[in-house]
Design a protein around this ligand. Structure first.
Ligand code: ADP
Ligand code: ZN
Length: 212
């Protein structure tokens, strides 16, 4: 099963992608995580991407398309995958088609803009392993500490309120057109993001055909 998770920044697509990844035993591929890892390691791609990410802008299409091409060629993607945060533009979606990648379903998690700012302000991430938390909706077991690796959680630079507004703008102008793009293909499922992660998960699993 090849899936795409769409949604505004902070809508919870990454969280849902991870849950579905574990349940269906297929990898969740997050372009945001791959880019942050490259930035942390100071690779050429990371350095190139950094200026865009920190301003809340999209990294150029050819860069992310290259990332996805490489990642989907890895053997763990052979039995299916979940794309989290890709595509984010129409050219990126078209690149998938050109690559011959067949998408079964696109899950669009919708959260009104007013709620996004609140969600983003509570988001905390692990600088070491990239795990993502929320101080209210997805608490770590121990406050301020990553469940998986024990590192101290931080606020992402691009989660600061002024950058969040820019990211929301980018989402509406560049990413939202993908909703009609996939609707026309008949593979879009729209889900209303709920307060509780588990409630959104229930809707997501239902959309994927039962309670697998
Ligand atoms: P969120 O979890 O808030 O949706 P991500 O972690 O997916 O954000 O992405 C963080 C940043 O990485 C984006 O604001 C953008 O700069 C860059 N990025 C991630 N995926 C893409 C993509 N498909 N195209 C362009 N830029 C991307
Ligand atoms: Zn961690």
């Amino acid at each position: 099963m090849n899936l795409i998770f769409l949604g505004a920044p902070g809508a919870g697509k990454g969280t849902q992608a991870e849950i579905v990844s574990e349940k269906f035993n297929i990898p969740a591929v997050s372009t945001g995580n791959i880019i942050r890892e490259a930035m942390k390691n100071g690779t050429e791609m990371g350095t190139k991407a950094q200026e865009f990410v920190q301003k809340g802008e999209l990294v150029p299409d050819e860069v992310v398309i290259g990332i996805i091409k490489e990642r989907l060629a890895e053997s763990d993607c052979a039995n299916g995958f979940i794309l989290d945060g890709f595509p984010r533009t129409i050219p990126q979606a078209e690149a998938l088609i050109e690559m011959g990648v067949k998408i079964d379903k696109v899950i669009d998690i919708e959260v009104p803009d007013e709620k996004i700012a609140e969600r983003m302000s509570g988001r905390r991430v692990c600088p070491q392993c990239g795990a993502s938390y929320h101080i209210e909706y997805k608490k770590p077991k121990k406050e301020g500490i990553c469940n998986s690796c024990g590192s101290e959680l931080i606020i992402r630079k691009d989660d600061k309120p002024e950058v969040v507004l820019d990211r929301l703008n980018v989402y509406h102008t560049q990413t939202e057109p993908l909703i009609s793009f996939y609707k026309e293909k008949g593979i879009l499922v729209e889900i209303e993001g709920q307060e509780e992660v588990a409630d959104t998960t229930a809707l997501t699993l239902k959309a994927l055909g039962g309670n697998a």
